[in-house]
Design a protein around this ligand. Structure first.
Ligand code: NAP
Length: 436
């Protein structure tokens, strides 16, 4: 049997501890699959004395993850610390420069420094594997990096944040408010104490930026993502969506258009009959559309220690199975030096259908004025319905669904309606996404 693969794990939190446990539980099976043992020879975390409920065996303890990354006796450095800079960045860089393979679950790190790290990995002829960084246990990186050669991707989109999907699912199923769902999610451990990063879409944006690079062969550009979170989604939106045959999901979408690439994260109406609309709770899903393959949808657990550790171990096992002299594939599907600069399509030129919910004064002429603003901006309507406002006699709710139009036209029409002075509350605009 070949020599054992020696790994060093930095970070023994939720994912790191699950990984150590799974490596022990599945040692015999992994050895059979890989043709060699996988041995943890070194570990690093902040607190050496914390009881993590895991057996670290003979692994050497390192206070400094950079020292572990450079340790002479490791073949693979596994980074499970988190954060885009700090010890995660310095240790991953040190490991790659020392010629070690790296496996990481860190989307923030890759989103910010991925191309730079890929350049080092490719120069050194080592692997930088990151399956767990996007949608946890779902093998979307492997699928896009290895299984779609020759295909041209036109769009990639998905539900990539379990906290947001859990909240939206419960809001719809139980008719409770965003705030109450969030409080429950925090109590059950699905949401962080400070949930901003998830709720406002940044977490999805990090993951999307990585998929965009794989999809379109461009440099990662996390700062060029249009971002809107779910905190202003109300029961009125959820109910109106259901009435119209839609369901609201927080989607990350990257799409090639004539003017460049759109990257956007926002609450989205998807047809209730679509497959992605059936993805509930903390589950994630990623859809990829290509010219030859058509549309592919992968769904599964997007987070949690065990699911994430399973993706990390899959990456480690790939390295264990590779043989010396084997030419390693590029990190983002093509050599880092050939990734083209990111060309951003302006959000104003986004084309699609729109849901617009307006709370207006109940007076003569409002309906006609709204319809005129739409017509003036060449927006054709699929439907327009008016409801009384249950809480306020003097108010009415007008719900519009547009045919395909542009973001610029919708913004102009809504600005016009605001100027007309008919609105009681801020207009709610939710984009509609085509989904099979
Ligand atoms: N949790 C998930 O469901 C999930 C899903 C997908 C991806 N990820 C990614 O996986 C990574 C790890 O996440 P996690 O949830 O496992 O995080 P976590 O529970 O917060 O664990 C982080 C670990 O890093 C250690 N650490 C922090 N600073 C360190 C330093 N300076 N030197 C050495 N060790 C240090 C901590 O040590 P102490 O334990 O001593 O404090 C802890 O063991 C992140 O990049 C995250 O985005 C997580």
């Amino acid at each position: 049997m070949a020599e054992a693969l020696r790994i060093g794990i930095a970070g023994l939190g939720t994912v790191g501890a699950s990984m150590v446990r799974m490596l022990q539980d599945k040692a015999a099976e992994l050895t059979r699959q890989c043709g060699r043992e996988i041995t943890v020879v070194g570990v690093s975390a902040r607190d050496r004395n914390r009881d993590r409920g895991i057996d670290l065996g003979n692994a050497q303890w390192f206070d400094d993850p950079v020292a572990l990354a450079r340790a002479g006796d490791i073949d693979v450095f596994v980074e499970l610390i988190g954060g885009e800079d700090g010890p995660a960045l310095s240790s991953v860089k040190a490991a790659l420069e020392a010629g070690r393979h790296v496996v990481t679950a860190n989307k923030a790190l890759l989103s910010r420094h991925g191309v730079q790290l890929a350049t080092i990995a490719e120069k050194k002829g080592v692997l930088l594997n990151y399956e767990a960084a996007v949608a946890g246990g779902i093998p979307i990186i492997k699928t896009m990096r290895e299984a779609m050669a020759g295909n041209s991707v036109t769009r990639v989109f998905g539900i990539m944040n379990g906290t947001c999907n859990y909240i939206l699912t419960r809001m719809e199923a139980e008719g409770i408010s965003f705030e109450d769902c969030l409080a429950d999610a925090q109590r059950l451990g699905y949401a962080e104490a400070d949930p901003t990063f998830d709720i406002e879409g940044q977490d999805t944006a990090h993951k999307l930026s990585i998929l965009t690079s794989l999809a379109f062969g461009c440099r990662i550009s996390a700062d060029d993502i249009y971002l809107e979170g779910i905190s202003n989604i109300t029961q009125a939106d959820i109910r109106a969506a259901a009435e119209l045959g839609y369901r609201i999901k927080l989607l990350g979408v990257a799409q090639k258009t004539e003017s460049g690439i759109e990257q956007r994260v926002h609450p989205t109406m998807v047809p209730v009959s679509s497959v992605i609309a059936q993805v509930h709770g903390v589950t994630n899903a990623v859809a990829v559309e290509t010219d030859y393959l058509g549309e592919l949808l992968l769904t599964g657990p997007g987070a949690g220690g065990d699911a994430t550790a399973s993706a990390v171990i899959g990456d480690v096992a790939d390295i264990a199975k590779s043989r010396p002299g084997f030419q390693h594939g590029p990190v983002f599907g093509r050599p880092a030096r050939e990734l083209v600069p990111y060309k951003r399509a302006r959000m104003r030129s986004h084309e699609g259908g729109y849901f617009i919910r307006l709370t207006v004064h109940d007076r003569a002429g409002v309906f006609a004025a709204i319809a005129k603003r739409m017509a003036d901006n060449d927006i054709s309507l699929e439907s327009i319905v008016q409801h009384g406002d249950a809480t306020e006699d003097a108010h009415k709710t007008v719900i519009l669904v547009t045919h395909e139009t542009t973001e610029a036209a919708v913004r102009k029409a809504v600005d016009g309606i605001v100027k007309d002075g008919h609105l009681v509350d801020k207009a709610q605009v939710i984009r509609i996404e085509r989904a099979a």
